[in-house]
Design a protein around this ligand. Structure first.
Ligand code: GAP
Length: 599
């Protein structure tokens, strides 16, 4: 066991050796920033996604969608990604390696959020600190720092006339479909739409294995609300304890974490928006459920300059691995930014009709143009002139104060006598108004969650005088629920019984690994290393003793074993796997097997 290795190195080694994840396309030299999840990792990741779906979609009563990963250019013009989704790039003049200039500044100084600095200041800092290329040691001082757009561009169809982009966040797939999703929500707020899927960013320098990659999975929830009327069910999470790191504390010389509850944090304004508070609460509970170590977890508020272009307030969920804090999720108040932008750039309707409590009488500017005049004057354009006058009356009634009024049709100015427009103010009874919903967005990185779970579950101890490495993964996400072994593989009765048990456990929905190769101790270690919470062993005592046939159940973390009737295996394993029963209850109910008796 080499203690000199960092937590990240130990994890990367275990991940590769036991099939959690490894660099993709290795046969061709690989490409930085792309990873393949192996059999254990793919199942772990899919269990994390399933746990997320259950909490953030099913239990919240939200709608899940699956949008394409390639979207046409206008989507990203509207969203702001085409213009603003940039990182700071500096290239080494000696080896040609690309680096994120802000990361180099953070490594070389005490500055924690260099991405918020202007480019010119970052260039000065490269000079002041004589920053060198991490790859070859070449001087980066004096090299230009450029904005580099992180989106992968492609062409939709043959030719290059229809540019498209691989989505840099799953969120846009939800926003552009808002006009249709709102119909499924019967046009009534609040409602949430979720999506779990791939996102792509051409990161300048992918790093820390699956922490910063170029293709990754996000699980995002867009909560659409009426900002004046809708409130979350804060009572449901008011008592949830959280560790907060507000912007004010980060800026203070002696800044500290605030240990509080969600209810208090919203009441005293530490968390400014109740919806954000609500999602921090359910996220805290969810992270605990899937096995994040809460002593290595916090919610950090973004500093003003750090927030994305769309966010009014933002908190990150951060986990500690290897002494570094990793952003594993973001909780942003996006206001009406996204829906307003798509409304402005597209022809669709991104509003919701808000019904008044009582109908209201309002004054409305209307026109009723005399078509017998407009027709001869404007010919085929008369109807367009009419529409333009109606739109102008709605938008700018003062425009009708003079003797003539002008509108633009097909790029040309058309002048109409105000009398012909028949402009007037009318009283109308209206039952509601169109509003643009506000959005609160919890956005989770699935890969970083997987990385955190592996890091926080990694343990080393000694069992039966032997060192072992094991993953103390929560049964909620562990790739395998139960390992099943015959004590020895050359006794047909033991093998037959073990195979029967495998069939029964699988039929009951448990994920089972059967293993009959090598010593029993070695088989336990193999399952321990991939985090299998329980193992069942069929031994001779279980088949030959008086009374019902039995097998042993072994708990991974303590290596304790109990002897349980074979008929009760399914029920007991389901109960401990779902967390409905503690293993201690099995220890009380059944015979504890002394260490080393069967293994
Ligand atoms: N829709 C909001 C959004 O995309 P973000 O903070 O850019 O916000 C959300 O991304 C989450 O996605 C992050 O908290 C992180 O967990 C994950 N993420 C972002 N970039 C990533 C990358 N290059 N590799 C792996 N995960 C990433």
């Amino acid at each position: 066991m080499s203690e000199e290795r960092t937590e990240g190195e130990r994890l990367a080694e275990l991940a590769k050796r036991r099939g959690f994840f490894f660099g993709a396309s290795g046969a061709y030299g690989g490409a930085a920033g792309f990873y393949t999840f192996g059999p254990q990792g793919a199942t772990l990741k899919s269990n994390v996604e399933e746990a997320w779906r259950d909490r953030f979609t099913v239990q919240e009563g939200n709608f899940e969608i699956e949008a394409p990963t390639i979207m046409p250019e206008p989507v990203f013009e509207a969203s702001g990604h085409l213009d603003g989704f940039d990182d700071m790039l500096v290239e080494c003049p000696d080896c040609g390696e690309s680096h994120r200039a802000d990361h180099l500044i953070e490594d070389a100084t005490d500055i924690e959020d260099a991405e918020t600095l202007p480019i010119a200041e970052v260039e000065d800092l490269l000079v002041d600190h004589d920053v060198r290329c991490p790859n070859c040691g070449g001087r980066l001082a004096g090299e230009p720092v450029d904005d580099f757009n992180l989106m992968f561009e492609t062409n939709i169809g043959p030719g290059s006339s229809t540019p498209g982009y691989l989505r840099p966040e799953t969120a846009q797939g939800i926003f552009v479909e808002f006009p249709r999703i709102k119909e499924y929500a019967r046009n009534s707020l609040p409602f949430g739409a979720t999506q779990i899927g791939r996102a792509y960013r051409n990161e300048i320098s992918p790093r820390k294995s699956i922490v910063r990659t170029r293709e990754f999975t996000q699980a995002e929830l867009e909560q659409f609300v009426d900002p004046e009327r809708d409130e979350p069910d804060l009572d449901a999470v008011a008592d949830v304890e959280v560790t907060l790191y507000p912007a004010t504390e980060q800026e203070a010389d002696d800044g500290e974490y605030v240990e509080t509850t969600v209810g208090e944090a919203v009441d005293d304004g530490t968390v400014g928006d109740p919806w954000i508070g609500y999602f921090l609460g359910i996220a805290q509970e969810w992270y605990e459920h899937v096995g994040v170590d809460t002593d290595r977890f916090r919610f950090r508020q973004h500093l003003a300059g750090e927030r994305a272009h769309y966010a009014a307030d933002c908190w990150d969920a951060e986990s500690e691995v290897d002494g570094d804090w990793i952003e594993i999720a973001g909780f942003a108040y996006r206001g009406d930014y996204d829906l307003s932008k798509h409304s402005e750039y597209s022809d669709d309707e991104f509003t919701i009709f808000r019904q008044f409590d009582e109908p209201k009488t309002v004054e409305r500017a209307v026109v009723d143009p005399d078509m017998s005049v407009l027709g001869p004057e404007f010919g085929g354009e008369a109807a367009d002139v009419q529409s333009a006058l109606e739109e102008l009356a709605d938008r700018d009634p003062d425009a009708f104060e003079g003797e003539t009024v002008t509108v633009t049709v097909g790029g040309e100015t058309k002048t109409v006598d105000t009398d012909v427009a028949n402009f007037r103010i009318e009283e109308q009874t209206v039952s509601g108004e169109h509003i643009t919903p506000h959005v609160i967005e919890p956005s989770f990185g699935v890969d970083r969650t997987v990385y955190t779970l592996l890091a926080h579950a990694y343990r080393q101890d000694e069992v039966d005088g032997e060192e072992r490495t094991y993953l103390s993964l929560s049964p909620a996400v562990a790739p395998t629920d139960v390992g099943v072994f015959p004590l020895v593989s050359n006794v047909p009765d033991l093998v037959d019984r073990a195979e029967e048990i495998v069939g029964e456990l699988r039929a009951a929905g448990l994920d089972v690994a059967y293993d009959d190769s090598g010593s029993i101790g070695r088989r336990y270690r193999r399952q321990d290393e991939v985090g299998t919470p329980f193992c069942v062993t069929v031994d001779r005592d279980g088949l030959e003793g008086a009374g019902p046939d039995t097998a042993t159940i072994r708990e991974r973390d303590t290596a304790r074993q109990v002897r349980v009737p074979v008929d009760s295996l399914v029920t007991e394993l389901q109960a401990v796997e779902r967390g409905e029963k503690a293993f201690d209850e099995l220890v009380e109910a059944y015979e504890l097997v002394a260490p080393g008796t069967d293994a």
